[in-house]
Every structure is written in structure tokens, then in C-alpha cells.
Design a protein around this ligand. Structure first.
Ligand SMILES: [Zn+2]
Length: 365
């Protein structure tokens, strides 16, 4: 049986749904009778990382662009993008393939029950999604008895069309993040963080996120990416032009402005995005380190021993995410968008500007 799964959350920095989807796909792939394909063209899902996409930056960019068009252009466009399939599982796609059996997973109905805790745009999307997918689906998967009952009650979805999945694989990890710009700017701490580690450590995690917020890391990141993109695209165009002049004859790409020329341009872009990964990660690690310093300074005077609390919080996070306790320095340099847990804890253990009457970098006390 050919099963196509809309795997958009794998391209996001996400946790609950991503975790669930990832392990569900891995289990399905082990079924001999199931031929599982991940849409859009994601190949094998391997290496779950909550903090980044499962594909490279360029690959993610193109796929997100495709998703955007599929949900906005008339349905015919979307349907022409799918490979032939018997079952389609939608996660965010509003225009599923016509001939396949349609299914989707209901995680929760908090957009109906607690609309105030969601962004208006999310509530609107969820409602549209429920009309287009949940109501039309041949069968649905609910992740808990509660979600199933809520769907029956609020959406009038017949219970016999819903299957319950014991979602013990849903995340119980710890996390917090800052996201959005303008009106959507927010700090989020997962409820799984509170209650699982001491309050002092939750306070540090919140203080770290406040650091990102107060120090404007998101707009700074966007500006840096914007400036870098200008030079990177210019460089890639020049490089692709050279490749076409040098090898174009052999590759059947007579000009950069031809279709094959466009593929050469994509080649240059993917090489550049691979080579520039450490640059983006170094910038991200710099911001993370600043937020760590800010966080540790913010809890000074509030908790008994900021150094001990901070180190304990890093250890708890490292534990929860099964971080490599001692990563290879080259791997850390190339791939890590946060300093390794070990480096963060080491710095925290020795950071004490107040020892000889001084004060920290961000607070005058
Ligand atoms: Zn951070």
C-alpha cells in the first residue's frame, strides 16, 4: 500500500507534533506492506532535531515555498504535485489528492476550547483545516480519548470514523523559545518544563529566553541573514555563470538563463548553503551565549546560587534531550546552533562577576 504523509512539521523548529509524527513515520516504515513516502519529497526521515529542520536550509526554503503555493493556489495545482498514492495523511495541506483515501491526526481542539491562548491566524487556519480535512476524511486518528471526545462534541465528527492512538510517544521533553516579530513576539516555556525541574532552574530558562527577547536577537538575526543573502546570492550567480562558461558544453547547459542553467544555479546554491552552515551556526551560538550570560545575571539576587542553578539547568536539558556530553569540537563548530551543553555548563560554573564587587554585562547590580 502506498502511503503519502504530509510531513511539514519536520521542516519546523517544533516539538510535540514533530516528535509524534517522526516516531509514527519510523514505525510505519517498518511495516513490510507499507510503502511510505514523505511529502514534499523528503526521502527518509532520519535524525530528529527539535531545534531545526530535517533538511538543509535551501531544501527547506523551497519545500516551504511549495507548501505555501499549494495551500493558496487553486486545488488543481496542489493535486498535480502528489505522487500516485493509496492513502494520504494530511498535516497542513488543505488540498489533498482526489483519488486517495484521506486521513489526518487530531492532536487537540484547543483552538475551539481555548481560542484566547492561540494566535488569531492559527485559530482561523485550524477551523478552515477542520472543514477541509477532518470533516471529509475517510478515517481520523485521535491522539487521546479527550481529543476524540472533543472532536465528536465540537465538530460533530462521527466517532466511528475516529481511531484512538495511545500517544505515549508524544514528547515529554523540556523546552522554551522566543518566536515571532511585532505583534506575535512571544516567549514560550513548555508546560513539561515546569514541574519536572526545580523552579529556580525554570526561572533561569525563562531568563535565558528573556535575554533573546530583550537583546532583539530575532530582528538582528533577520537583518544579518538579509545582508548575507544579498552577497551569497550574488556570489552564487557569479559562480554559476562561471560553471556554465567552463563546463556548460559538457553538461548541456548553453546559458545560465536556460532550464539546465537554473539547475547549475541550484547546485551553486546548495554548495554555498553547505559551506556557510558554520557561519550561521556561529552567529546563533553567539546569540545563545549572550542569552546565557543575560539569564545568569538576571537570576542573580533572586536564586541562592546562580552558578549552581544554571549548571543544574543545563544538565537537566542535556539529560532530557540526550545531548552528546562530549561532542567532537569540529562537529560542534560545523553543526551546533547552540554551544554544547558541556561548554555552556563550564562557562556558567565559572561566571561570577560579582565576586570582587563588579557587576555583570547587562545589569548594573
Ligand atoms: Zn536560546
Amino acid at each position: 500500500m502506498r502511503i503519502t504523509i504530509d510531513a511539514l512539521p519536520l521542516l519546523f523548529r517544533s516539538a510535540g507534533v514533530k516528535n509524534y509524527l517522526y516516531y509514527w513515520i519510523r514505525h510505519l516504515q517498518r511495516e513490510p506492506a507499507a510503502d511510505v513516502r514523505l511529502f514534499p519529497f523528503l526521502g527518509e526521515a532520519a535524525g530528529l532535531d527539535h531545534r531545526k529542520a530535517l533538511a538543509g536550509p535551501m531544501a527547506t526554503f523551497f519545500r516551504l515555498g511549495l507548501f505555501f503555493l499549494m495551500n493558496r493556489l487553486p486545488g488543481g495545482f496542489s493535486r498535480s504535485c502528489f505522487p500516485p498514492t493509496d492513502v494520504f495523511h494530511s498535516t497542513r495541506i488543505l488540498n489533498p489528492p482526489k483519488r486517495a483515501k484521506l486521513t489526518a491526526t487530531i492532536h487537540d481542539l484547543t483552538c475551539w476550547i481555548l481560542p484566547d491562548t492561540h494566535l488569531a491566524a492559527n485559530v482561523q487556519f485550524e477551523r478552515r483545516y477542520a472543514d477541509r480535512i477532518w470533516r471529509r476524511a475517510d478515517g481520523l486518528i485521535a491522539v487521546s480519548e479527550n481529543s476524540r471526545n472533543d472532536a465528536v462534541r465540537l465538530l460533530n465528527i462521527p466517532p466511528e470514523r475516529m481511531y484512538l492512538m495511545k500517544a505515549s510517544i508524544k514528547s515529554n521533553g523540556l523546552n522554551a523559545y522566543v518566536s515571532g516579530i511585532g505583534a506575535t513576539k512571544r516567549i514560550v516555556v513548555w508546560d513539561t518544563t515546569a514541574g519536572r525541574i526545580p523552579n529556580d532552574e525554570v526561572l533561569f530558562i525563562f531568563a535565558h529566553e528573556s535575554g533573546h527577547y530583550v537583546l532583539h536577537h530575532i530582528p538582528k538575526g533577520i537583518v544579518c541573514m538579509g545582508i548575507a543573502a544579498f552577497f551569497v546570492y550574488w556570489g552564487c550567480a557569479a559562480c554559476a555563470g562561471w560553471l556554465v562558461r567552463r563546463f556548460g558544453q559538457r553538461w548541456g547547459a548553453s546559458e545560465l538563463s536556460s532550464r539546465t542553467g537554473f539547475v547549475v544555479l541550484l547546485l551553486a546554491l546548495s554548495i554555498a548553503s553547505f559551506l556557510l552552515e558554520p557561519v550561521g551556526n556561529a552567529l546563533s551560538r553567539h546569540f545563545e551565549h549572550q542569552a546565557d550570560v543575560f539569564g545568569q545575571e538576571a537570576i542573580h539576587g533572586i536564586v541562592a546560587d546562580p552558578r549552581k542553578t544554571t549548571v543544574a539547568a543545563f544538565n537537566a536539558l542535556g539529560d532530557a534531550w540526550l545531548d552528546d556530553p562530549n561532542p567532537n569540537p569540529f562537529i560542534e563548530f560545523w553543526l551546533y546552533n547552540h554551544p554544547s551543553t558541556q561548554h555552556r555548563a563550564e562557562f556558567a560554573a565559572h561566571y561570577d562577576p560579582w565576586a570582587n564587587g563588579q557587576h555583570g554585562e547587562f545589569f548594573a547590580r
